[in-house]
Design a protein around this ligand. Structure first.
Ligand code: AMP
Length: 226
């Protein structure tokens, strides 16, 4: 990575779309649409700034290891990354700003006919399917609920419907996915939004390029355009 360029790691979809107005506030326009382009490195109107498209869960890794100088990823992704690789200080990620975008919540959901409150009260051992193992483990431990965690990589909703699990821990936005699968939200674990992550070394070495971007993002987050 050249000292004269700044690389921003984003994931396609909601995070990419909702980061665009923040980039615009920093005077940066992405010149290609990831939905139609097959490129993984997208140029911007600023020759020294480029965007790399990576999987959401890979954003912290890219930034930590210097594949990108900064990135945007969900709080859920960061918590799971830090649980797997050490806390923020150890993994060397600077988290200067909650961008307040891609908002949703992390929740526990069960089939409509499963009596969750009773199961918890009786001290039953719950089988919980999730991609978010660290968040789920910490949440149930703090409640003193015994769980067997079942790690899945997708379609958590299917687990209770097939008898794989009693409950799931997943991201919920509108609630439509749960409803379509006859699941109900029984606990809200935490609110989720996307965070800006920065590589401390990059901030040190490329301060003149990165600082104005951070400042413009912070300003745009504090006073969103109407
Ligand atoms: P919804 O049907 O709107 O409640 O959305 C739920 C589905 O979208 C679940 O499969 C979630 O994993 C996913 N989802 C919702 N919000 C987000 C987000 N901010 N980031 C990533 N995935 C999300």
């Amino acid at each position: 990575m050249s000292a004269e360029t700044v690389t921003l790691a984003l994931s396609k979809g909601r995070i990419f779309e909702e980061t665009l107005p923040l980039l615009r506030a920093a005077g940066i326009e992405v010149l290609e649409d990831p939905e139609t382009s097959r490129k993984l490195i997208l140029p911007t109107n600023r020759p020294e700034v480029r965007v790399v498209l990576v999987r959401a869960t890979d954003v912290p890794t890219y930034v930590e290891h210097g594949g990108a100088d900064l990135g945007v990823c969900g709080k859920d992704t960061l918590i799971e990354h830090e649980a797997a690789w050490g806390d923020a200080a150890q993994v060397g990620l600077y988290r200067p700003l909650d961008l307040g975008i891609a908002r949703c919540r992390m929740s526990v959901a069960v089939p409509a006919d499963f009596d969750y409150v009773r199961a918890v009260r009786q001290g039953a051992r719950l089988r919980v399917a999730t991609k978010y193992v660290a968040i789920a483990r910490e949440f149930f431990a703090s409640k003193g609920v015994h769980v067997d965690l079942i790690k899945l990589y997708g379609s958590m909703e299917l687990a209770p419907l097939t008898g794989l699990a009693d409950a799931i821990v997943d991201l919920v936005s509108t609630g439509n996915t749960l409803k379509a699968n006859r699941l109900v939200e029984v606990e809200r674990i935490m609110d989720i939004s996307s965070q800006l992550v920065v590589r401390p070394t990059s901030l040190k070495l490329k301060r003149a390029l990165i600082r104005p971007i951070l400042d413009a993002f912070a300003q745009a987050v504090a006073a969103p355009a109407a």
